[in-house]
Design a protein around this ligand. Structure first.
Ligand SMILES: C[S@@+](CC[C@H](N)C(=O)[O-])C[C@H]1O[C@@H](n2cnc3c(N)ncnc32)[C@H](O)[C@@H]1O
Length: 241
């Protein structure tokens, strides 16, 4: 039950005029996180059918490969696709997809600064984490290329010549950060179609990938269905409807 509009307006004006932010500032991050955690938790409750590791609550990062195997075997991810990965680092996830989707028409592009996170991530890693010292992964497959630099610089350049075809578009969002995830999703929104897929690697971090996804949905209105998830919705795969 919310406050009446009149009461809400009164509180807002009182707050601004009395500069109450000076008192409440220390609570801001915690309250924001709590608000998004409540939403995220409700979201997860609605998707319990998708947890493919439901019987195993232990967190193991390598469970994401169980999710990938599931998608490959059951969701047609062995077929031609344009796979764009945002957040590559040493290339563990993009290499897995290059090795397991062997269709000659598939195309893989990995975007990363390769000098690490461009800003601190409240999920536990600071600016510069995951740096490979500027080196792109050694993936020996002509179907796979890398774009080094900030997404905000490399993605518009990539899109100048990108031709969307009938191949499925798969976006793998593993940048961890809210800013980077939202940017990539918004920039690619005009190219997305029914049947395309979105993978997230840190979805259940309330103020980052989850928030970016919900802001993206609010702005672009896509419908989706969750195909699978592991590690309590840490890694999640969705399909656009
Ligand atoms: C968790 S790592 C990626 C891990 C990788 N996918 C794997 O499977 O091991 C996150 C990466 O996102 C990159 N990143 C985050 N924000 C970025 C941005 N705005 N532009 C380019 N790269 C970014 C960082 O440089 C970092 O290497």
């Amino acid at each position: 039950m919310g406050l009446s509009l009149r009461a809400e307006r009164g509180i807002k004006l009182f707050f601004i005029n009395r500069k109450l932010h000076r008192w409440f500032r220390p609570l801001s991050d915690t309250l924001k996180k709590l608000g998004y955690l409540i939403e995220l938790s409700e979201w997860c409750e609605r998707q319990t059918h998708a947890a493919i590791d439901a019987a195993d609550a232990e967190f193991r990062h390598d469970k994401r490969y169980t999710l990938y195997e599931f998608l490959l075997a059951n969701k047609g991810l062995d077929r031609p696709m344009d796979y764009l990965e945002f957040g590559v680092a040493a290339g563990n996830s993009i290499r897995w997809w290059v090795e397991h989707n062997t269709d000659t028409e598939s195309c893989f592009v990995g975007f990363d600064t390769f000098t690490g996170l461009p800003e601190d991530w409240s999920g536990g890693f600071g600016k510069g984490a995951f740096s490979t010292g500027g080196k792109t992964p050694d993936v020996k497959d002509v179907r796979c290329t890398f774009r080094a630099g900030l997404f905000q610089e490399t993605l518009p350049k990539f899109l100048e010549t990108y031709q969307r075809t009938d191949k499925r578009l798969v976006l793998h969002l593993d940048a961890d950060l809210y800013s980077a995830t939202l940017y990539a999703l918004a920039a690619l929104a005009p190219y997305l179609r029914k049947g395309d897929m979105l993978f997230f690697d840190e979805f259940n971090v309330p103020l980052h990938e989850y928030r970016a996804f919900t802001d993206f949905l609010a702005a672009f209105g896509f419908k989706y269905r969750v195909l699978g998830a592991v590690n309590t919705f840490h890694a999640v795969a969705m399909q656009l409807e």
